[in-house]
Design a protein around this ligand. Structure first.
Ligand code: UTP
Length: 473
């Protein structure tokens, strides 16, 4: 198609818009850009909410100067012991919700996975200890089991980012939605947010491009609303949303016990925690923040409060958030209507790729600006009531790094240890020399399922129990 004059970005208009916000430098290479590069840059500028960038910049500056909030320990309810009265009661309440089709599952699978250095989306990472199934495949197995068990549709909402969207959709298409009906898997994309330098100015990472990164897991709330996924949840009658992060293979998706505890508590949102191992563990701190239940990210907590210990030597703020929530759909709707106020952008200093005066790429070795992200847990502070539930470590082994701690290796090991524990409890002996173990969770979700199906030997489970040989377990 021929390009007419009206397609050409109007430089004067752009200059005026950017100039009014102190961002004229964005056009500093304009005169040497060709038409297509100019059009690209103009379209990018048009899509950026400059007022929101300004608000975020001033919030970031304000935050840096603010005194840390006053934290007090929060009341935490321990997950009841399996098989006991409280556990049975909670499980029945959660099962009723699932069977009534009132639960949707939401995974945040956007972001950049920069620490991991994996070329695909994190959800495509092979984590099955024996099968090398991807994180998405393992999670789909759990959802398939719930669907069968409760004879309910249980829709799965998958939030992607600009980087993960196309490869995630392609993976699901290739794998036939991992055995789930495609109509019950809904993808939606989070927004991007430009970074700013320490003066609040946008950063060019190419002469014709402004650096942007995903708007943080808190972007899930505006994105749910903007994409229509929230309408879809409501239309299906889902009153509860089970939320988790794609990089934790141990998550008990839509665990009925947790759902039941949530409904019994009368809370609008429930938040799972583990006891922090040490003050430096990279999890958010659940606490009373200026009197309301909230979460302070590990990057933002004041070191004195982070390291504080009580008379017994235990950490005062030991409730570590593992990003597993149950949200009432009505709360998500309320938050989405007021997202700019209730989910402010947080700024973290980072080295941000940029260009020099000649337009050549520069990769800084030190922070030259702020990345801006929303945190989903800021939504807790708007809830009428928050329940905090402590679970065990068997539910948390995130994949953050390529090697060492919190890596694919530790996730596989922890997953295998969990499956070994299920088999041991069910009295199913492993062959000598067994190494890593894997259980197909579309068939078995714990020892009870082996009992219920009368499985007493590995061979009876067919392909659902896989065992690798070797010392690695
Ligand atoms: P992380 O905070 O670990 O970020 O995300 P990340 O992008 O995966 O990895 P790094 O920090 O760049 O190394 C925790 C979870 O939140 C999701 C991620 O997919 C992961 O499941 N997330 C994070 C988003 O969906 N969007 C974001 O903008 C950030």
């Amino acid at each position: 198609m021929a390009i007419t004059c009206s397609d050409q970005p109007r430089a004067d208009e752009l200059r005026q818009r950017l100039g009014a916000r102190g961002q004229s430098h964005v056009l500093r290479f304009w005169d040497v850009l060709d038409d297509s590069a100019r059009r690209g840059l103009a379209a990018q500028v048009a899509a950026i909410d400059l007022a929101a960038v300004e608000r975020a910049a001033s919030a970031a500056r304000g935050h840096a100067q603010q005194a840390s909030p006053r934290l007090a320990p929060v009341e935490v309810e321990r997950l009841p012991a399996r098989g006991g009265e409280a556990w049975t009661h909670a499980r029945s309440a959660g099962e009723a919700l699932l069977a009534a089709g009132r639960v949707g599952v939401l995974v945040v699978a956007g972001g950049q996975g920069s620490r991991l250095g994996f070329s695909g989306p994190k959800g495509a990472l092979p984590i099955g200890p024996v099968s090398d199934r991807s994180l998405f495949a393992l999670q789909a197995q759990k959802i398939r089991r719930l669907r069968t068990r409760y004879d309910a549709r249980i829709p799965w909402y998958v939030m992607t980012s600009e980087a993960t969207d196309a490869p995630t959709r392609a993976l699901f298409a290739r794998e036939a939605s991992f055995g789930l009906p495609a109509g019950d898997v809904c993808f939606f994309r989070q927004r991007m947010m430009p970074a700013i330098d320490f003066e609040g100015r946008l950063i060019l990472d190419r002469p014709d491009h402004i650096f942007e990164s995903p708007d943080g897991h808190g972007g899930v709330i505006p994105a749910l609303a903007a994409s229509g996924a929230l309408d879809d949840l409501e239309a299906r009658g889902c009153t509860h949303v089970f939320y988790y992060q794609v990089d934790n293979p141990l998550v008990r998706i839509a665990d009925p016990v947790y759902l039941g505890l949530h409904t019994d508590s009368g809370a609008e949102v429930s938040c799972k925690v583990v006891a922090k191992r040490d003050p430096m563990e990279k999890v958010g701190h659940v606490a009373l923040v200026d009197g309301r239940v909230g979460i302070v990210e590990y990057t933002e907590i004041d070191p004195v409060q982070r390291d504080a210990r009580d008379a017994s030597g235990a950490l005062v703020h030991r409730a570590g958030a593992i990003s597993i929530y149950v949200w009432e759909t009505t709360l998500l709707r309320r938050l989405s209507r007021d997202a700019d106020r209730v989910l402010p952008f947080h700024a973290s200093p980072k080295p941000i790729p940029t260009v020099d005066e000649a337009g050549r790429a520069v990769t800084p070795s030190a922070a030259n600006g702020w990345k801006l992200e929303r945190f989903v847990f800021d939504g807790l502070r708007c809830a009428k009531r928050v329940a905090v539930v402590e679970t065990d470590r068997e539910e948390y082994s995130p994949v953050k790094n390529a090697c060492g701690g919190e890596s694919p290796m530790t996730a596989k090991r922890d997953l295998s240890a969990l499956y070994r524990a299920w088999l041991a409890e069910a009295g199913i002996a492993l062959p000598p020399g067994a190494g890593l173990v894997e259980v197909d969770e579309s068939s078995f979700g714990g020892a009870d399922d082996f009992f219920a199906r009368g499985i007493t030997r590995v061979a009876q489970a067919g392909d659902a129990i896989r065992i690798a040989s070797g010392a690695n377990r």
